[in-house]
Ligand binder design. Sequence first.
Ligand code: FNR
Length: 183
Amino acid sequence: MSRIIALSGSLRRHSYNSGLLRAARQLMPDGVALEIGTIADVPLYNGDIEEEEGIPAAVTRLKDAIADADGLLLSTPEYNNSIPGVFKNAIDWISRPPADSARVFRGKRVAIIGASPGGFGTVLAQNAWLPVLRTLGVELWNGRRLMVSEAGQIFDAEGNLVNESIRNHLKAFLEEFAAVLGE
Ligand code: FNR
């Protein structure tokens, strides 16, 4: 059984990006489990806290979940054509301390998806992740791209995916990403 840990970069209750991951969990191929983690309990990064108190428990949980998983799926919103601060903050914490970063990220298969109400579906946010992921030494999976635009028509008011075509794209994306996890 392969395992994917998935993180949404939104804290919003009815987030499209969180909804995309809930749909993904339902659409996983046989033999692959998708667990959705949360960045909601990750504090703002502060080097003083790290030095005086160590890594916060919520961050340690995420580090271990990623280290134990075969793949990491990021569903990123786009803010001002880039990565939302809360999401970057969480990954920054997860990359600490540097001596433990390789255990968590190096060679990890990572895929990025995203949803936004605009017409470009997080293309710039997804691109903004590239130098971060390169720095972390992950193995980025580029087999497919999924940028969900016009999200207001693709999700219902609770952020549940209700569009059949996007559901099919997501399913194909997951099948192909899952296929490389066993390699
Ligand atoms: C946005 N939004 C947005 N959308 C987009 O496609 N490109 C952008 O550059 C921005 N910029 C932006 C900045 C800020 C500060 C906010 C709060 C929002 C809109 C954004 O895509 C929308 O709020 C989504 O609903 C966020 O994703 P979740 O929370 O639904 O997952």
